[in-house]
Ligand binder design. Structure first.
Ligand code: V55
Ligand code: FE
Length: 497
């Protein structure tokens, strides 16, 4: 068996771990708020075997799911397991990697032709008592939320026609419905997008297909009270390039971006396309919402190019870190118009991993939190994750329902430390801000790392952690997480789910 490539994607904090820890009764330091009762699930890419291609990267890693549960007795448990995908099982049986490049099946060992090649490594999606490990290149895998044991590939009881489901779903807290889409819905580099609505009972109620303006990396989308909003940025796929053994994605700065808007319970034939700037890209949106005049606002962590060097470089885009510019950016459109240009406003700092209270999804909202980089850091950052550098500043923004939101709070980490994406835990009193829960990674020596879960008052992030759990095992950087309240887990006990 070969070794892992000695690149930033497989060394240092990004070194593969491949362990399935089971740690019970961990000490919680500080004062754990009574409201933080439940489990924090995370998705982590961690390749079980060295890749077949040297230029492989973080996004190909086998999905692992972890669960940090805050127990009734004031302790915490931490467990983590591989998602036992068809791909993981085939490679484990062979004792080596059989699948090739990221999202290029034409580079696979012929032995695994036709085997589901998704790695289920991006988001643990919780809805209707089911935990689905999602990745945008395939269907999700269902796992047991208690044991993390893999149940199997999930297609909503045979109802889902799309071959893919996004890792970025949106749940309307008012109706309990799950809104999602799948792009490249019928195969590699296809422009087909499936738009789906799942009822609060977990049943797929509606699936409609439409064509995107071009085959784009559609990583996230949003809903508002009345609309579904599909952003299209020019990171594109091409079937001939895939067949020639090339990369799935190239970024094309010369192409326009688009925002597709349709009534969220409407017909896909009603989609109107609003034009955005050329060449921009966003991985994650904070929210979308309608104001009193019926204007639609779409708030995204936007960059002037794709944030990932392993996408820019093969595209011939050679930019230094100083050339990559981003900002929390609002696109405003009139959904009653037939199209036109988006009106763009910078409303916040550069960064990513935006989070808002789940109950305000798709609604006017006052507050959001996001990760950013501290320009005043006195030392090196933590080198980790798919970009190569971890975020080291947590920000709070207020006035999100106004034309000029303000940064109202900040929590900076010391050098060589980084945040993983926070989840929001609501307070019992709706007037209160609730809590943020996240993992902090810190490098403390040559190849030595400390990992802690922090609980922070969402209304006073600058005060730092009110409670911490040290997790005594090596952890690889996560992608996304999900918070599940204890009451929802208790409701599973004894049920067939
Ligand atoms: C992202 C992550 C992915 C992926 C595509 O963070 C985009 C963005 C962890 O997998 O496949
Ligand atoms: Fe994402």
């Amino acid at each position: 068996m070969g070794a892992f490539p000695q690149t930033i994607y497989f060394t240092g904090a990004n070194a593969p771990v491949g362990e399935e820890p089971d740690l019970r009764g961990l000490k919680v330091e500080g004062d754990l708020p009574a409201e933080v009762r439940g489990s924090f699930y995370r998705a982590i890419p961690d390749p079980a075997f060295p890749p077949r291609f040297e230029n492989d990267h973080t996004l190909s890693g086998d999905g692992m799911v972890s669960r940090l549960s805050f127990n009734g007795d004031g302790t915490a448990d931490f467990i983590q397991k591989y998602v036992e995908t068809a791909r993981y099982k085939a490679e484990k049986a062979a004792g080596k990697a059989l699948f090739g490049k990221y999202r290029n099946p034409f580079t696979d060992d012929p032995e695994v032709q036709g085997v589901d090649r998704t790695v289920a490594n991006t988001t643990p999606v919780w809805h209707a008592g089911r935990m689905l490990m999602a990745k945008e290149d395939g269907r999700p895998y269902r796992v047991d939320p208690r044991t993390l044991a893999t149940i199997g590939s999930y297609d909503f009881g045979g109802a889902l026609k799309s071959e893919t489901m996004t890792a970025h779903v949106r749940i309307d807290a008012g109706t309990g419905e799950l809104f999602f889409y799948g792009y490249e819905a019928d195969g590699q580099a296809s422009t087909k997008v499936a738009y789906c609505i799942v009822g609060p009972d977990g049943e797929l109620k509606r699936e409609q297909w439409f064509d995107a303006p071009y085959c784009a990396m559609m990583h996230d989308f949003t809903i508002s009270e009345n609309y579904a909003l599909f952003p299209i940025y020019p990171t594109t796929a091409d079937l001939d390039r895939l067949k020639a053994g090339g990369e799935h994605w190239h970024h094309q700065p010369e192409l326009d971006s688009w925002l597709g808007v349709m009534p969220r319970y409407g017909d896909v034939s009603e989609i109107k396309w609003f034009k955005g700037p050329k060449g921009c890209h966003s991985y994650h949106m904070m929210n979308a919402w309608e104001d009193a005049d019926g204007m639609l606002h779409f708030d995204a962590c936007l960059n002037n190019t794709n944030a990932f060097a392993f996408i820019r470089e093969p595209s011939g885009i050679h930019m230094g870190p100083q050339d990559i510019k981003g900002a929390l950016t609002r696109w405003t459109v009139d959904p009653r118009a037939d199209g036109g240009d988006v009106v763009e406003t910078v409303i916040g700092p550069p960064g990513d991993f935006p989070v808002i209270p789940a109950k305000l999804q798709g609604r006017p909202y006052k507050t959001g939190w996001m990760l950013s980089m501290n320009p005043e850091l006195q030392g090196p950052p933590l080198f980790a994750g798919p970009v190569g550098v971890s975020f080291n500043l947590l920000l709070r923004l207020d006035g999100m329902d106004t034309p000029a939101p303000q940064v109202t709070g900040a929590l900076a980490l010391p050098p060589m430390a980084g945040f993983n994406e926070p989840v929001h835990v609501p307070a019992a009193d709706p007037a209160k801000d609730g809590w943020l829960v996240f993992l902090v990674d810190q490098q403390v020596g040559d190849n030595q790392f400390v990992h802690e879960a922090w609980v922070v008052d969402a209304g006073n992030i600058g005060a730092g952690a009110v409670a911490k759990v040290h997790i005594p095992t090596r952890l690889r950087p996560q992608v996304h997480g999900w918070w599940v309240p204890q009451a929802q887990l208790d409701a599973l006990e004894g049920s067939a789910a």
